[in-house]
Design a protein around this ligand. Structure first.
Ligand code: ZN
Length: 382
């Protein structure tokens, strides 16, 4: 009889992004370790924070370096090996079952899903970001009056090959918005305002609330019709976020509407609202959640965050993700931090006679793959 739970199962990384396929210098590598738009103050380094510590501790040995080498030495070794070799070493050491790749952010700078499949030697599926499709359609030269229909047609087309849709409504207009479906007149008025302002500014960046609502409901309908999950960015992110208004409990009306349509809604990252997310997963049949990426940024404190996510969230609702973007290190650390933190909690539960090894193994299997397999059509797309 095993005396410890097995946390080394293959994982479905249900929310991640492509890695940068080219070599990185120190400044670019550090920029990809941060959600800030600015470098740290002069004389300091991104390697001197919880994430920097775990990069140097756990990734350095995979590049044949001593643990806790300097950031400079780490990036120099990375360049000497070459980006492709580093990306392959780190991605193939993750023990992943498959990758669900969000292609909606800086997609020209990072590897596409087929490239990610090649680098990781695992299947990679595409998650389509609603707001990114809206911006692409707006930039394509359609008129404001043609936009609402042109956008929904393009979104429907892109959804055919997707494993899920994603919204970044929280980034663009926060969750504290009217969540009812907008009328045609509201969508047109919003589109007219958005086009006028974007043409003045010389770029289309979707921050017009009626157009975002149009996308939310068009996306929700497509998810309902194709039986796909809708991923929802929550909390933690770059300086575009107004964090206080990104508490997912502000989004209750929309989540409830999607419950009526049987659309699984996966709340991503969630920090610092992992408790709110776990509670929403408890009360709504369709709500799922993860604490991906936060485990990386929390470094040695990752188990604290995962512990809050485990406080009351049903085991059949939590998902694994790395939310890695740009750096293969974030993929590697995502799974390592997750496995270590989960094992730490389950070992304690067993020691306190609150759980046994068999139950712990069932919990790991649900979070590692079974929950994602229940909601994503993984066997239907290649
Ligand atoms: Zn992400």
């Amino acid at each position: 009889m095993p005396t410890e739970p097995n946390v080394d199962l293959p994982l479905i990384d249900h929310h991640c992004h492509g890695v940068v396929p080219s070599d990185l210098d120190l400044a670019t590598f550090e920029a990809l370790m941060s959600e800030s738009y600015k470098p740290p103050p002069p004389g300091t380094s991104q390697f001197d924070k919880p994430l920097g510590l775990v990069v140097r501790r756990w990734c350095a040995p995979l590049l044949d370096l001593e643990p806790f080498c300097s950031g400079e030495d780490y990036v120099e070794r990375r360049r000497a090996l070459g980006a492709e070799e580093v990306n392959k070493r780190l991605l193939r050491a993750c023990g992943l079952e498959s990758l669900l790749v969000d292609t909606g952010h800086r997609s020209d700078d990072i590897a596409t899903p087929p490239m990610m499949a090649d680098l990781s030697d695992r299947p990679a599926h595409e998650v389509v970001r609603i707001e990114a499709v809206a911006e692409e359609v707006a930039r394509s030269g359609v008129t404001a009056s043609d936009f609402p229909d042109a956008f929904t047609e393009e979104l429907a087309k892109r959804t055919r090959d997707a494993i899920g849709l994603k919204t970044i409504v929280a980034y663009r207009v926060t969750f504290a918005i009217d969540q009812t479906p907008p009328t045609k007149a509201e969508v047109q008025a919003g589109t007219d305002r958005w086009f006028t302002e974007s043409e003045k500014a010389g770029k289309f960046r979707l921050n017009e609330v009626e157009v975002v609502r149009h996308g939310l409901w068009a996306g929700g309908e497509l998810c309902r019709d194709h039986k796909l999950p809708l991923q929802i960015h929550v909390g933690f992110g770059d300086p575009d976020i107004y964090m206080h208004a990104c508490d997912p409990s502000h989004f209750t009306d929309y989540l409830r509407a999607m419950e009526g349509w049987e659309v699984p809604c996966t709340l991503l990252h969630n920090y610092p609202f992992q408790r709110e997310a776990a509670w929403l997963a408890e009360i709504f049949q369709n709500v799922y959640y993860d604490v991906g990426v936060i485990l990386n940024f929390a470094g040695p404190q990752a188990a604290d965050i995962l512990g809050e996510a485990l406080e009351m969230g049903p085991f059949y609702k939590q998902l694994y993700s790395s939310d890695a973007f740009g750096l293969a290190e974030l993929y590697y650390l995502g799974q390592l931090q997750f496995r270590r933190a989960l094992k730490q909690h389950l070992d304690r539960w067993i020691a306190e006679d609150m759980c046994n090894v068999k139950e712990a193994d069932r919990i790991v299997a649900m979070i590692a793959t079974q929950n994602a397999e229940r909601i994503y059509p993984l066997d239907q797309t290649a």
